[in-house]
Design a protein around this ligand. Sequence first.
Ligand SMILES: Cc1ncc(COP(=O)(O)O)c(C=O)c1O
Length: 391
Amino acid sequence: MQQARNTIELTEKYVLQTYSRFPVSFIKGEGAILYGEDGKEYIDFCSGIAVTNLGHCNPLLVEALKEIAQTLWHVSNLYYIPWQAKLAELIVKNSFSGKVFFCNSGAEANEGAIKFARLWGKKYKRGAYKIITATGSFHGRTLATLTATGQDKVKRGFEPLPEGFVHVPYNDIKVISKAIDKETAAIMLEPIQGEGGVIIPEVNYIREVKRICEEENILLILDEVQTGIARTGKLFAYMHFDITPDIMTLAKGLGNGVPIGAIVVSEKVVDAIEPGVHASTFGGNPIATRVALEVLRIVIENELWDRTNELGNLILEELKEIEDRVVEVRGKGLLIGIELRNKSSKEVAMDCLKKGLLVVPAGEKVVRLLPPLTIEKDLLIKGLSILKESI
Ligand SMILES: Cc1ncc(COP(=O)(O)O)c(C=O)c1O
């Protein structure tokens, strides 16, 4: 207990207060269990917000990390990096034809995607540069990605914002065509909005957006930072809609906790990008790509998306019991949102925490569940019973 207080005091004193944190600190993780500095055990339905999809300290990933830690940590992108090359191949062979740029986070991946879309617009669309994004979206905290984000609270105080971003309501196909003009380079969307409260669009929405993009010759950028790596019951969420994006961004679950981001660029865009236009010191370094290679291998070889669906359906079934106490339970795979009626999301998350369960607020009224895809069924049921009691 004393140790936990020390951590909290030290953090408040020396770490810049940009987060509002829950009063708990963790010192160890194993699968879907986190061990607190307070001596308590917690069931993890947060996964570091969709990062540790394969659980904490997954033994196969620990082996991969140990192996690369004893082999090579970092070399510059001035040179060729074997694990980076293999990871790019694995991503492309399991998504769509194109090439990959590696970076370190979701915001960086989206920032790069925006830059690439502008380069494409310059080269192939008479200087088109505008990006259409959706209200309620979340794309990151860099200047361009917070401008792309469709939530005022992340922009406040940072004006003047970069030019060229247009916002339209999500899941409303009628407004898309009206928002397009000759300067539009791309439409950027989350295939399912995560931070915005787990908003699942109509299947036809994403398909229609893709059709409009083809018709108007503009790019479709899908931000799969949260939805990628089997989180929603397919390896990538775009696969629910039988389309492929022109650019896809990844991060979070790709490294299971080792920081990595990726921009997957389809053939349509590849030629707009030349040496020297974008770079990152750490992007795709041996440590990150060796671990991500193992993450992706495990997910693909075990077809983990099937388990995601099975467990997701189990959660939806279990939560039928509280249907009349909430506005809605919605989800795809293991990205599940519970829209609350009487309580706030913070209140429920805090109560769950006291009872040994981590859940994630998404806005004022939605509690998000993002358990590891590898969580054992009995632990899942145990966590759900805590959640039901709290709601
Ligand atoms: C859809 C989406 N895009 C981008 C980001 C930003 O990622 P990062 O925090 O790694 O910069 C997030 C983070 O929550 C996200 O959910």
